[in-house]
Design a protein around this ligand. Structure first.
Ligand SMILES: [Zn+2]
Length: 160
């Protein structure tokens, strides 16, 4: 069956891509063997779910993607990817207040896929800290602050 061939071809391509990514990741000084294993395990399903058309119609293009656009090597160093008022896209190095929409629009990635690709932890910020802080501070100000004052006022009202 053709379908079966395609699937096998595709999964072989996926494994090749994973191997490339893992190899470049393994070159980093801060990476342990466990990290590498974990990354490989997490990457395989990500690559396996990429559209089959590129694998069956243009194998050369797939190879080019794997070599010319290193998937795990960030466009900007992780420690520089987050500033107070901006987060930088590790795919293209552009800065944003929040990455979610950009990732989807420019790179067709979900936040989860993005985290997986660059080995980011769950709490790696994808929203500028200043922005989320401001939001948190604002929420506190209008929410918690108001709440305690209102609670006092209510108690006063009830007592009367
Ligand atoms: Zn980008």
């Amino acid at each position: 069956m053709n379908d079966k061939d395609n699937m096998e071809n595709k999964s072989q391509q996926s494994l090749d891509a994973v191997a490339q990514v893992v190899a470049s990741y393994a070159g980093r000084a801060d990476v342990t063997q466990d990290d590498i294993l974990t990354l490989a395990q997490r990457l395989i399903p990500v690559f396996a779910s990429t559209p089959a058309q590129s694998a069956s119609q243009a194998p050369a293009a797939v190879a080019a993607v794997a070599t010319e656009k290193p998937i795990v090597k960030p466009a900007i160093a992780l420690e520089k990817a987050v500033t107070d008022d901006k987060v930088y896209c590790l795919c293209c190095g552009k800065g944003f207040t929040m990455l979610k929409r950009h990732l989807k629009a420019e790179h067709g990635l979900t936040e989860d896929e993005y985290r997986t690709m660059f080995g980011l932890s769950e709490d790696f910020p994808l929203v500028a800290p200043k922005y989320s802080e401001r939001k948190a501070a604002y929420a506190k100000k209008v929410g918690l602050g108001k709440y305690s004052r209102d609670a006092d006022a209510d108690q006063g009202a009830v007592a009367r």
